[in-house]
Design a protein around this ligand. Structure first.
Ligand code: M6R
Length: 599
């Protein structure tokens, strides 16, 4: 996720672009840049800096010009650096573009553009857009954009300008958001409403497959075939603060609802295969996964995925314990999971794993984070910045990455046949829709949260691949609602914790239809015999479950291996609405930090 802004009008573009960009910093903040077209001069003014927008702002000279674009980056291809920051320009420096999204076929496009003589100066996927537009440019930026996009696969919100067309900004959208802000003799284009709200409350949303041709006094929207589209404008009623959270009350809720898209982006370009150059050649017959907190729970899901798909014995430890364990039997392959890529325990574990001679794969959300330099290969989860301390979309993104990793290892090592891989990929493609279905029906979850909010202790139980779901559900609840919660393997309750159950101790039981279902029902009966109320999470078509429990929260019917993501979304909403009922400071729980950089 990145933030982009364009301005065309009578004001000095620099202050509008920087000011508006700061409102999008929640979308990315590892580097920033600006391009402004100076009146009467031949050379575009382009300035880019690694770091936050403030760093760019502090290093900017005064730029003269009323047409410009700007960008705040959350790196996906190429680490954060001045040269990888946007805007990117063509060979002649006439065209500047900013982009939010991922160009999936950029490598082949780049190769053919280089063969045609184009010179690239960054490692980004985005730069191909500037050169493609240059290739098709014949005095009409809109036409060149249209032709260039015919070659492009992936997700994008793009803004482009040309030195020789000084009353024109052209933008296009596919799967990444874009909004046009309408002013009087000025117009704005941005990734999100907060960027334009200071200047106008009249907006037009661009849809997928649309191009907007914008001057300071007009906006023309067409589809990719050039057919004109009439679109009414909306009046934005939100305050600026509401707008930054997309109208949601908290970043956590916004991030939960971003998951259909985040899950799609986590898969983008990887379903048909990817490379892990440094671990590809190694021999291994077992693996180890390390992480902390929510990332550890994702790793535990990963253990079940790797074991069930490819029969790969997989052990898991928290990062903080790993380096102090005197293990002699080390797995040659170690997978380290960290949203931030900066968790001190996980970094120390990565160093320890390499010291022990293991090959390491890092799974992280932050390109350029320390973890990326401490491992042999990296997989990026690409879910965009997570602002709320409570991890949500990064958890589901990590699980998606683990499915992808399992499928990659199975493919390269011949564990699955081609048709099995196809079937697996098809099931994976459904994950975003499943998340959407859960999000479309929050009312039953809210009702359960009303009851949970009064509890002092809650137990979460699950089995097999949904045992980690129980741990994660309990962590979410305790972290943001301050209710004491524990996650247990359902079969373990009778070995101690049953002593704590009372009528006022709710149980959340993850009871999806799998090979442990009957045992799970027995465990639920052990609980109801102690008069504890039970909320179960089960499959949509399961009509049995409601006979044993007080309430059933449903997930769509999906094979057991693919239940953890939709189950996680139910548990996130349950924790969120419970904490909200209790009036807790959801995005910043007491005593916690987003990234724990001490051991
Ligand atoms: O950035 P990381 O994934 O390494 O962070 C690990 C934990 O600190 C983190 O998952 C923490 O448990 C979350 N706040 C839970 O919501």
């Amino acid at each position: 996720m990145c933030g982009i802004v364009g301005y065309i009008g009578a004001r000095q573009a620099q202050s509008v672009l920087i000011d508006s960009l700061k409102r999008l910093e929640y979308r990315g903040y590892d580097s920033a840049g600006i391009a402004v077209v100076p009146p009467g001069q031949k050379k575009m003014q382009v300035h880019k800096k690694k770091g936050m927008i403030k760093n760019l702002e502090d290093n900017l000279p005064a730029l003269n010009g009323t047409l410009g674009i700007s960008h705040t980056r959350w790196a996906t291809h190429g680490p954060p650096s001045d040269s990888n920051a946007h805007p990117h320009v063509d060979c002649k420096g006439n065209i500047a573009i900013v982009h939010n999204g991922i160009i999936e076929n950029y490598l082949e496009l780049k190769e053919s553009l280089i063969n045609e003589g184009h010179v690239f100066t960054s490692e980004t996927d985005t730069e191909v857009l500037a050169h493609l537009i240059e290739k098709y440019y014949t005095n009409d930026l809109y036409k060149a954009m249209k032709l260039a996009l015919e070659q492009v696969q992936g997700s994008y919100a793009i803004l482009a300008l040309h030195m020789h067309e000084r009353d024109r900004l052209v933008s296009a959208r596919n799967e990444s958001p874009l909004v046009l802000g309408l002013g009087i003799d000025e117009n704005f284009i941005a990734s999100d409403v907060p960027a334009v709200l200071k200047y106008t409350d009249k907006v037009v949303y661009l849809d997928n497959g649309e191009i907007a041709d914008v001057t300071k006094s007009s906006i023309k929207i067409t589809d990719f075939n050039g057919k004109t589209i009439e679109r009414p404008w909306h009046k934005i009623e939100w305050s600026l603060e509401d707008a930054e959270k997309g109208g949601y009350e908290h970043f956590m809720l916004k991030e939960i609802f971003e998951q259909p898209r985040a899950v799609r982006e986590a898969m983008l370009g990887k379903l048909s295969g990817f490379t892990l150059d440094n671990v590809n050649g190694i021999e291994f017959n077992s693996a180890k996964i390390l992480g902390c907190g929510t990332s550890y729970h994702a790793g535990l899901v990963g253990k079940y995925i790797l074991e069930s798909i490819m029969g790969l014995p997989t052990s898991i430890e928290t990062s903080s314990e790993y380096r102090y364990n005197s293990t002699t039997l080390d797995q040659p392959l170690v997978i380290l999971i960290s949203q931030s890529g900066e968790t001190a325990d996980t970094l120390a574990a990565a160093r320890e794993a390499r010291r022990r001679g293991c090959k390491t794969i890092g799974i992280t959300n932050v390109v350029g984070s320390t973890l990326t330099r401490e491992v042999d290969d990296v997989m990026f989860i690409r879910v965009g910045p997570e602002i709320s301390v409570c991890a949500t979309k990064s958890f589901t993104g990590q699980i998606i990455s683990l499915y992808l990793l399992a499928s990659h290892l199975s493919r390269t090592r011949g564990f699955l046949k081609a048709d099995e891989i196809r079937e697996f990929s098809n099931a994976l493609r459904q994950q975003s829709r499943l998340v959407e279905q859960v999000l479309n029906n929050p009312e039953p979850i809210k009702e359960c949260a009303n009851k949970l909010a009064k509890a002092e202790n809650v137990f979460f139980i699950g089995r097999n691949i949904n045992y980690p779901s129980a741990l994660e559900g309990a962590l979410k609840l305790k972290e943001i609602s301050y209710i004491h919660a524990e996650g247990y393997q359902a079969g373990e309750l009778k070995h101690g914790p049953l002593a704590l159950l009372m009528p006022q101790t709710p149980i959340v039981a993850i009871a999806v239809k799998d090979h442990t279902y009957d045992k799970m029902i027995s465990n639920i009966e052990e609980v109801t015999a102690r008069d504890s109320p039970v909320i179960a999470i089960g499959h949509e078509s399961d009509t049995e479950l409601e006979k044993y429990v007080d309430t059933v929260l449903r997930i769509p019917d999906v094979p057991p291996l693919f239940t953890p993501v939709p189950v996680a979304v139910v548990l996130q909403l349950l924790a969120y609405y419970t904490a909200r009922n209790r009036g807790c400071p959801i995005d910043k729980p007491r005593n916690l930090a987003k990234s724990v950089t001490v051991e």
